[in-house]
Structures are given as C-alpha cells and as structure tokens.
Design a protein around this ligand. Structure first.
Ligand code: S5P
Length: 250
C-alpha cells in the first residue's frame, strides 16, 4: 500500500475471463489488491490462474479470493485446497464467516499457513439488515485475536480496533480492515447493497482499504479507458482520506 500509495482494492465480479483479465490489467497500476469471485467465471481454467498471477507480479498487487467460507473445518479445508479452483494454490488471502466458530480458522489454517496465506474474517457486512452486528461482531474479533498467526484482519464497515476488549486494556490490535460497499456516485443497488464514500469509510470509520466493484467497471466491462479513469479517481480519493486521517491522528 505504501509502495504504491494506494489503499484501493478492486472487486472484479465479471463472468468472462477476457473481461476479467482486461479489467485487472487496466486497474493494476492503481490498486494494492484485486478481489476475485472465481466461481462466477464461466470459462475458468488453470491458465486463467497463471495469467492472474502474472498480472499480480506485473502490477504489484495482492490477490484476494472472496470465497466467504462458512462450513465445518474439514469441509472448508477441502474447499480451500481442492476442487476445480484450488484457491489456496494462488490466492494470497481469502475470507471466512465466523459463524461456525474457531474451528473454521483451524480448518483453513491447516491448508493456508504452510503456504504463507492469510485470512480475513467477516465481522460485519455492507448489506441492509445484516445480522453480523453486536455480540456476533465482538466474538468475531475475539476469534481473530486468538489466531493471530493466520488471521490478518476483517471485512467490516469500521475499524475493529479495541472492539470486544475489556476497558483499560493496553493491548493494541494490529489488524487490517477492508471495507466493501464503497461508491462515489450511487447510494446502493436494488439488492440491498449500501454504499458510502471513501472519506466516510477511511477517515470517519477508520478502515484501511476500500473495496470497489461496480463503481469502477460498472458502466461497461469493455470500456477500458473509463475503467482506468475510475480506478485512478477512487485511488486518489482513498489515499487522500487516509492521509487526512493519519495527519489528524498525529
Ligand atoms: O459485506 C460485504 C462483504 C463483501 S466481501 N459486502 C460486499 O459487497 N462484499 C463484496 O464486495 C461483494 O461480494 C462484491 O464482490 C463486492 C462489492 O461490489 P460492488 O460492485 O457493490 O462494489
């Protein structure tokens, strides 16, 4: 993030590998991370993974497969390592719902830790009526603190720093907060998504990374110049908000 002066992650939710690769190549210079939903790609094959890895090296970004694991340890270990997608082989980080309890972390870390991978827990969600609130969110953060070797942060709507900690604790968390539901032009979509601006997310809510999908590629996945321009716009907005937060804290 510091190297590229970017706290922008782009979520590339398209169904054709040609569009997928073209968008990533266009936004690559502006992002610290590319988020994928590899199971929506209709013409997926192993060569796509190789091309994604090549782009990750070319543009210096981290790959995050947004798999949202949510099952028992044994099942998630298999889903993570095996099947068509073999996510653990190529995705630097992935994420999980804390709903099954700590065993989901043990299951995923049995595969991911030896490969040097990291995990994000979904402690909150961006959608209207989300159930991940209150004590659920607190327990998610406690689960993360108990597994710092593998959990590197959260998908959440605000910083999780200090959440669920006893008062007067001097311990500091060092987790990342990556935040979806970010848009500069829309307030939401027709299916419950809710958008806030990079400023609200980074400066007011203390998050670290903005995750932007349709705000960047939404008009037409073929309009590469427009996509590049939007990526630059979001990168600048995200980084400016971050710098303002850091200077306000100094
Ligand atoms: O709470 C969440 C968690 C995630 S990971 N809300 C979300 O929207 N996401 C993901 O972020 C979602 O699966 C999608 O890939 C992306 C948001 O896309 P956008 O097009 O609405 O920006």
């Amino acid at each position: 993030m510091e190297r590229k002066k970017s706290n922008l992650a782009v979520s590339v939710d398209v169904t054709k590998s040609k569009d997928f690769l073209a968008i990533i190549d266009a936004v690559g210079p502006f992002v610290c991370l590319v988020k994928t939903h590899v199971d929506i790609i209709e013409d997926f094959d192993q060569s796509l993974v190789q091309q994604l890895q090549d782009l990750s090296i070319k543009h210096d970004f981290v790959i995050f497969e947004d798999r949202k694991f949510a099952d028992i340890g044994n099942t998630v270990a298999l889903q993570y390592s095996s099947g068509v997608h073999k996510i653990a082989n190529w995705s630097h980080i992935t994420n999980a719902h804390p709903v099954p309890g700590p065993s989901i972390i043990s299951g995923l870390s049995s595969v991911g830790l030896p490969l040097g991978r990291g995990l994000l827990l979904l402690s909150e969600m961006s959608t209207k009526g989300a159930l991940a609130v209150g004590s659920y969110t607190q327990e998610a953060v406690r689960m993360a603190r108990a597994h710092r070797d593998f959990v590197i942060g959260f998908i959440a709507q605000r910083t999780m720093e200090g959440i669920g900690m006893q008062e007067n604790t001097v311990d500091k968390d060092d987790f990342l907060t990556l935040t979806p539901g970010v848009g500069l032009d829309a307030k939401g979509d027709a299916m419950g998504q809710q958008y806030r601006t990079p400023r609200q997310v980074i400066l007011e809510s203390g998050c670290d990374v903005i995750i932007v999908g349709r705000g960047i590629y939404g008009k037409d996945p073929g309009l590469v110049d427009e996509i590049r321009a939007q990526a630059k716009r979001y990168m600048e907005a995200g980084w400016e908000a971050y710098q303002d937060r850091v200077s306000a804290q100094a």
